[in-house]
Design a protein around this ligand. Structure first.
Ligand code: BES
Ligand code: ZN
Ligand code: ZN
Length: 482
């Protein structure tokens, strides 16, 4: 799809449809005077009153060059913001493309053009890659109608495209089934993305990880016939900044999680292909950053493994030695995400990263705690968390600050090793986060548990079923605002 600004009066824009947001109880703008009887009827009948996700379409609108006029509900004016606009555009795109609209012009009377463009790309995405006959009818062009020419507007439209295309890149990776997205294939996709984007990419293989002593990561990988990979993608600013700050984005890359010997129930196991959503999110963010060029160096690390059952798989009770030197008793092989992440976090510190942010589909417990609405955010550093949360808010991604009191730490005690890899039934998302914290020391760190937010079980008006691409925009914003 292409997206661009058009500088034309709204009635002159040629497109299959021209759309505008109307909030509840809001009078239509003067430009829509010709349509007021229609709008009054819609409101009187309750067919369209301006609520979110409402859409009404008028064919052959009098005096407009476009073939249709679409009015899109914006909800209550007081709560109308970029997040509402992004969703309004994407749900309108999802409905209008099904009606055969190929070119859509958006008349932005108020609101952020960047969010509007993002909404268009996100709404245009369908998980139909492997359908040999698909009834999806994608939009071909999205125009933002602007009254006057402006460089700032142009840039906003461009930023929106880059961010949403990168988020869709992540969504593609996550939707891939595990037979087509093994750790090595994920590494190849990262390499190809880096080459296209002008980023450096290095992949540590099993031998290299053995030499380095990544026993915790390798213990998870050993049950699979698919070799593991530690994917590293680097962005270096052209003019180095004066500060020594270096951001690491670390993402869990379990291409399939059977649970291992502590095997998962069959029901719903097919979804465990999304257990690499954190890894895919950091790769998507790197793709965006390569184009937007922040002033801080950013290194992405994705420990990629498949967690399988088999004759070589690790057993409950096995003790592994992590890269940090700490020993871990593997009490449950299904708590594998933390085992691969800690070696990646230690390695990030060895690479000189000063700030660590990780994203992981880490626990079912975070889904119990926060459902599918908020990402769970944990930290050892309130300032870094503040930056992450502010970036998330600006990008319309909901996050909730979770506790990490010292009392929870005791849950991880093991009689045989430095720590065990599970903390018992209660507070599971917190003990998982504490496990990671034990390895980052004093380095500022934020952990985002995205198990509840990286996947949609059913399509929403604004987004197709499957992978959501959560955290791509937040991570990009975080680096851009540094
Ligand atoms: N990948 C899962 C977490 C998960 C659950 C992600 C549901 C998405 C949806 C993780 O590896 C896992 O299995 N965690 C266990 C930990 C437990 C054994 C301590 C869990 O949450 O049940
Ligand atoms: Zn697991
Ligand atoms: Zn997992």
């Amino acid at each position: 799809m292409e997206s661009r600004l058009v500088y034309q009066p709204f009635d002159r824009v040629e497109a299959d449809a021209v759309a505008i947001v109307l909030c509840e109880e809001e009078p239509a703008p003067a430009e829509l005077k010709f349509a007021s009887p229609w709008l009054e009827d819609l409101r009187a009948s309750g067919e369209f009153v301006g609520k979110s996700d409402e859409l009404a379409v008028l064919h052959q609108p009098q005096g407009l060059a476009a073939k249709r006029l679409a009015v899109v509900g914006g909800g209550k004016r007081v709560s109308y913001d970029s997040a509402v606009l992004r969703k309004a555009v994407s749900s309108a795109v999802r409905k209008l493309k099904q009606k055969g609209v190929k070119t859509l012009a958006w008349w932005l009377a108020s609101g952020d053009p960047e969010a509007a463009v993002e909404g268009a790309y996100l709404g245009n995405f369908e998980p139909d890659r492997y359908k040999t006959s698909s009834d999806a009818k994608p939009l071909e062009a999205f125009y933002v109608v602007a009254a006057a020419n402006g460089a700032a507007l142009e840039q906003a439209v461009e930023r929106g495209r880059i961010l949403a295309e990168s988020q869709n890149f992540t969504r593609e990776l996550v939707n891939e089934p595990a037979n087509r997205m093994t750790p090595m294939r994920l590494a190849e996709r990262a390499r190809a993305m880096a080459a296209e984007s002008g980023l450096e990419c290095e992949v540590l293989d099993q031998d290299r990880m053995r030499q380095l002593g990544m026993g915790s990561l390798l213990g998870v990988a050993q049950g699979s016939a698919e070799p593991p990979a530690l994917i590293i993608v680097r962005y270096q600013p052209a003019t180095p900044s004066k500060s020594a700050d270096h951001l690491a984005l670390v993402g869990k890359g379990v291409t399939f999680d059977t649970g291992g010997v502590s095997i998962k129930p069959a029901e719903g196991m097919e979804k465990m292909k999304y257990d690499m959503a954190g890894g895919a999110a950091v790769l998507g963010a790197m793709r965006a950053l390569a184009q937007l060029k922040p002033s801080i160096p950013v290194t992405a690390l994705v420990p990629a493994v498949e967690n399988m059952v088999g004759g070589r798989a690790q057993r409950p009770g096995d003790i592994v030695t992590s890269l940090s030197g700490k020993t871990i008793e593997v009490l449950n092989t299904d708590a594998e995400g933390r085992l691969i992440l800690v070696d990646a976090l230690t390695y990030a510190q060895r690479l000189g990263c000063t700030h660590l942010v990780d994203a992981a589909t880490l626990t079912g417990a975070i889904v119990v705690a926060l459902g599918h609405v908020n990402v769970g955010a944990f930290t050892n550093n309130e300032e870094l968390l503040g930056r992450v949360m502010a970036s998330a808010k600006a990008e319309g991604e909901k996050m909730w600050h979770m506790p990490l009191d010292d009392e929870y730490k005791d849950l991880l005690k093991s009689p045989f090793a430095d720590l065990g890899n599970i903390g018992g039934r209660w507070g599971g998302a917190v003990s998982a986060a504490w496990f990671l914290r034990e390895f980052v020391g004093e380095t500022p760190w934020v952990h985002l548990d995205i198990a509840g937010t990286a996947w949609l079980d059913e399509s929403k008006p604004h987004m197709a079923k499957g992978s959501t691409g959560v955290c791509v925009r937040t991570f990009t914003k975080l680096a851009m605002g540094w």
